[in-house]
Design a protein around this ligand. Structure first.
Ligand SMILES: CC(C)(COP(=O)(O)OP(=O)(O)OC[C@H]1O[C@@H](n2cnc3c(N)ncnc32)[C@H](O)[C@@H]1OP(=O)(O)O)[C@@H](O)C(=O)NCCC(=O)NCCS
Length: 188
């Protein structure tokens, strides 16, 4: 069996992670005590929810709800949530998600979607946002996604353009149908 990647603590089974950490090998390294790794089931207690709360409303999620969603995402095999942890304080300080969409078209191809990019406001402006997006992009290529797409607000377009994303002429529209439920909790 191959050696665990650097940064994976001996004795820590890979089972706690949403996906195999070896998929990030040679994409990211620990630098200045910042470690980029897959989301762990332990991250509920490490500030992951608070970081997500800086992106949008998360709601009052219990640890059980988090664990249940984590298990379903892991079982599907289509979710690659990455986090950056500041090892100096043991806290999650950034996150981004690669969602892979299995297609019949293009010879049963895989499309990637970049979702939920966020950096803790105390750590912004230190290139962590860039690091998260670049990591997702390299991971998407490693999984052989034929493209990686994202939706974002007008104010953030430049951030992504500088990282290689482009608005395609005649293909740059983004439409939503929003459904007005009393509670947005899913039936999954
Ligand atoms: C957007 C966000 C992830 C950027 O994280 P960050 O770690 O501060 O970004 P970086 O330090 O990697 O910035 C990289 C470059 O993009 C620029 N940049 C950062 N935020 C930007 C923004 N909102 N618009 C345009 N450029 C931006 C930086 O100035 C930097 O440029 P430089 O290299 O010339 O200094 C962070 O501000 C955040 O979490 N925002 C709230 C959540 C959010 O809006 N997420 C995006 C959802 S689509």
């Amino acid at each position: 069996m191959s050696e665990p990647p650097r940064g994976i603590q001996p004795g820590n089974g890979v089972d706690e992670y949403l996906f195999d950490p070896r998929l990030l090998e040679r994409i990211v390294d620990i630098k200045d005590g910042i470690w980029v790794r897959p989301l762990s089931i332990e991250d509920y207690d490490k500030g992951f929810i608070q970081v997500l709360g800086q992106l949008t409303k998360v709601g009052d999620m219990s640890k059980e709800q988090f664990s249940e969603r984590f298990r379903k995402m892991k079982a599907s095999g289509d979710y690659y949530v990455i986090v950056a942890e500041d090892k100096n304080v043991g806290e999650v300080i950034a996150s981004a998600t690669l969602l892979t969409e299995q297609k019949f078209i293009h010879n049963c191809a895989l499309r990637g979607r970049l979702e939920d990019v966020v950096v803790n406001d105390k750590y912004r402006g230190k290139s962590l946002g860039q690091l998260m997006v670049r990591t997702v992009s390299l991971l998407a290529q490693r999984l052989r996604c034929y493209k990686l797409s994202l939706d974002c607000k007008d104010t953030i377009v430049k951030f992504y353009e500088r990282l290689g994303f482009i608005k395609e002429p005649a293909n740059g529209n983004h439409l939503n149908a929003r459904f007005d439920y009393e509670s947005p909790t899913s039936n999954l």
